[in-house]
Design a protein around this ligand. Structure first.
Ligand code: FRU
Length: 440
């Protein structure tokens, strides 16, 4: 079943978002893509564009595997000054070239002068090569105060990141390291370093986030907050968890102007390398999460990473209707936005005709989610998080559930394979339900 309001390709494997950049009214979503099938392999950059971050149009593959080199994850920038020599306003993709024999990974660039429709790989590639087997996922942004491009990139097996600077995207100078320093899990991937507003203040702080392929609950997206002086990231906090579910991975943000509150927007792959390959084939495999605005909230205990679904996505839904779950079984279409008011415990279970189910409950401020799947037992999962006192919102779609609590400070993402056009919902508690306007 295709998601109604999440991006999924028409066919084939999708994973990490790549090259997120805004240009001339278009949000570009490139992503890890296998043009030849539903399994991971032949990694290339798929491509979709949107004018509102809500509806997406899929375009042809932007960067394809070639001569035994796959196109692994990376980022894209708009080179307004033409610093890289591809012309003013060129879109420059900075990606990892990964040899198919797994022996060598290096950073390369490619440029587009037609709004991302076609790219030419730079003949001087690679632009950064340490002769390593696991050196990947360059994330580049323009740093105004130092007038340079900054790249964060990971030495995956060593669980550390490096920061580099460049004036032309072709030559990169090492600035500093970001070490593991007690971070959970192993095998660093997909770093993102970004300046975020601190809610209710005129201050900002820098966020550094990575993903870990194994050994951390739900892979966790460990992040910490600190300062960045153009050379060094100096942490101010320890590590925290970005998403409490098992299916939020490889998230990065768009290189774009922030919104009126200074917030950038990021998106993740709603998937998990540990079991993605076991999911039943259905013509395509993999979808993105919703795009989320990100900021920081500070209280006595430190910082919370606050995520709010891109406000434009709300417009997809019709008017919310109050519902009491105690009235027995409610048929629920495959897409809905459920909201539970603050102050009361609740629980519900959604199930399909194959015995698959999702159980969610809030009890004493703790939110638990259980995914049960007798068809694909590898999906069996329990997740939990402290939900705070506020309302809880659950964005349900075919393929995924995203839970937002504690005013965006506690988030949990989970993919699921519930099938059919409508599911049964049973539970205890009062909530409101809204359906996508197209379905109401
Ligand atoms: C994360 C990741 C990246 C890599 C890409 C390859 O999901 O493993 O580190 O660049 O996927 O598809």
């Amino acid at each position: 079943m295709r998601p109604l309001y999440h991006y999924a390709p028409a066919a084939n494997w999708l994973s990490d978002p790549n090259g997120l950049v805004w240009q001339d009214g278009e949000w570009h979503l490139f992503y890890q893509y296998n043009p030849f099938g539903e399994d991971w392999g032949h990694m290339s950059w798929g491509h979709a564009v949107s004018r509102d971050l809500v509806t997406w149009q899929e375009l042809p593959v932007a960067l394809a595997e070639e001569d035994g080199t796959m196109i692994f994850s990376g980022s894209a920038v708009i080179d307004h000054q033409g610093s890289a020599g591809f012309g003013k306003g060129a879109m420059v993709a900075v990606y990892t070239g990964a040899r198919t024999d797994r022996a060598h990974q290096f950073q390369s660039i490619a440029a587009s002068t037609d709004r991302g429709r076609t790219f030419t790989k730079f003949t001087g590639n690679p632009v950064l090569d340490l002769q390593m087997a696991d050196f990947r996922d360059p994330n580049v942004f323009w740093h105004g105060p130092s007038g340079r491009w900054i790249m964060s990139v990971v030495l995956s097996e060593e669980n550390r990141a490096q920061l580099y600077a460049s004036v032309d995207l072709r030559h990169w100078d090492l600035l500093s390291d970001i070490g593991r320093d007690g971070a959970p899990g192993h095998l660093w991937e997909c770093p993102w370093m970004v300046e975020l507003p601190v809610e209710g203040t005129d201050e900002t702080r820098w966020l550094f986030k990575v993903d870990v392929l194994s050994g951390a609950a739900g892979q966790a997206s460990p992040w910490r907050v600190g300062h960045f002086d153009g050379r060094r990231f100096v942490p101010e906090t320890g590590w925290a968890v970005g998403d409490h579910g098992p299916d939020f991975y490889a998230a990065i943000g768009w290189n774009a102007a922030p919104d009126a509150e200074g917030r950038p927007v990021w998106i993740g792959w709603a998937g998990n390398h540990a079991y993605q390959k076991y999911l039943e084939p259905q013509g395509w495999r993999g979808a993105m999460t919703l795009p989320r605005r990100v900021s920081l909230r500070r209280d006595e205990s430190g910082y919370a990473l606050v995520q709010e679904v891109e406000p434009a996505c709300r417009a997809l839904f019709g008017k919310a209707e109050a519902t009491s779950l105690c009235d027995g079984c409610i048929p629920l279409p495959s897409a809905a936005l459920l909201s539970f008011p603050a102050g009361k415990d609740w629980s519900f279970r959604i199930e399909d005709d194959h015995g698959r189910s999702i159980e969610c409950a809030l009890s004493g401020g703790r939110l638990t989610v259980r995914r049960h799947d007798p068809v694909t037992p590898q999906l069996e999962h329990r997740a939990a998080m402290e939900a705070g006192k506020g309302p809880v919102e659950l964005w349900l779609d075919a393929g995924s559930l995203e839970v937002f609590a504690n005013r965006g400070g506690a988030v949990l993402t989970l993919q699921h394979r519930l099938a059919g056009e409508a599911w049964a919902l049973r539970g205890e508690g009062a909530c409101s339900v809204a359906y996508p306007a197209a379905m109401a």
